[in-house]
Write a protein that binds this ligand. Structure first.
Ligand code: SF4
Ligand code: SF4
Length: 295
């Protein structure tokens, strides 16, 4: 089984469209949407959920009003300013659930044992069926963090499904950026496909993600989306990639059929006579050949 993670330095580079097409091209993959902060793979693949579970990324505090003596100790001790003091109410002190970092100090030192410290529900994760294969995806609650932990959970569940069903590929829609969720989505994978655009920020994004995958010694591959909008810049980015040990697996032309596919909510490879689809097919062939050769 091979796990391929598609990432981009930032959002809006066509990453999810590419993942949806790879889902259609690879043979019954397990799909994992690790872009948990802004999951949108489901918009194209229209999954039917068959399993839902709460996700707890940590604990949070809550003051039990009947037990609180308003001594103010928790207010003094909380270094995240997550205890709110409001003299117009009883009890005077309460916990701001968004500011609470879940350190547990207030609960430990409350003289009245008036502070509950329980696992907080930060989101949900799902196993669903799509027309291409099973998909693991998640939804993080508003203003919730710990997405690195949720990304690891989604990947772990996708791996379990692939093992159980003996499926050959896990295709991961990775989060944008280079932070903790991205690290959680790429470490230990068989290969990372970087998608970028021929712009100055695309070049900069490539440098950032290239450094990350080099650090974790993961085989990396590049494709440039809408490369023909700036062929000189595309060449420059590809040269940088190659000199940094990243293999170029293809280029995708600017093509209006991509928008048509988005409107129809289908992967672009399902649109007839699409130039972008032809490019993506070649990318998949090159990528699959390399991934299976390298591992
Ligand atoms: S430390 Fe406990 S008793 Fe004191 S104000 Fe906080 S919750 Fe209330
Ligand atoms: S658990 Fe920690 S961060 Fe949260 S309110 Fe208590 S002391 Fe503050």
């Amino acid at each position: 089984m091979k796990e391929i993670v598609v990432i981009s330095g930032k959002g809006g580079t066509g990453k999810t469209s590419l993942v949806a097409s790879l889902a259609a091209l690879s043979e019954t993959p397990v799909l994992a949407d690790c872009d948990v902060d802004a999951a949108d793979l489901h918009l194209v693949l229209e999954p039917r959920s068959r399993h839902t579970e709460d996700f707890s990324g940590g604990k949070s505090a809550r003051i039990i009003p009947d037990k609180c003596s308003n001594c103010g100790k928790c207010f003094e001790l909380c270094r995240f300013e997550a205890i709110i003091k409001d003299d117009s109410k009883q009890p005077v002190f309460s916990v701001d659930p968004i500011a609470c970092e879940g350190c547990g100090v207030c609960s430990r030192f409350c003289p009245e044992k008036a502070i509950e410290f329980k696992p907080s529900i930060n989101g949900q994760w799902f196993i669903s069926d799509t027309r291409y294969g099973p998909m693991v995806h998640a939804r993080l609650g508003i203003a919730e963090e710990n997405s690195g932990k949720l990304v690891s959970l989604v990947r772990g569940q996708a791996r379990k499904l692939a093992e159980e069903k003996g499926l050959p590929y896990i295709i991961v829609d990775g989060p944008p950026g280079i932070g903790c969720p991205v690290i959680a989505s790429v470490t230990g994978s068989d290969g990372v496909l970087i998608i970028t655009e021929p712009t100055v920020s695309g070049e900069h994004d490539l440098e950032r993600v290239a450094e990350l995958v080099r650090h974790f010694q993961i085989p990396a591959y590049l494709c440039i989306n809408k490369y023909d909008l700036n062929p000189e810049m595309s060449e420059r980015i590809e040269e940088k990639a190659v000199s940094g040990g990243i293999m170029v697996v293809g280029r995708i032309r600017y093509d209006r059929s991509v928008t048509r596919a988005q409107v129809k909510r289908i992967p672009v490879v399902e649109i007839d006579d699409s130039a972008a689809a032809e490019d993506i097919r070649k990318i998949w062939e090159a990528l699959a050949a390399e991934i299976n050769k390298n591992n």
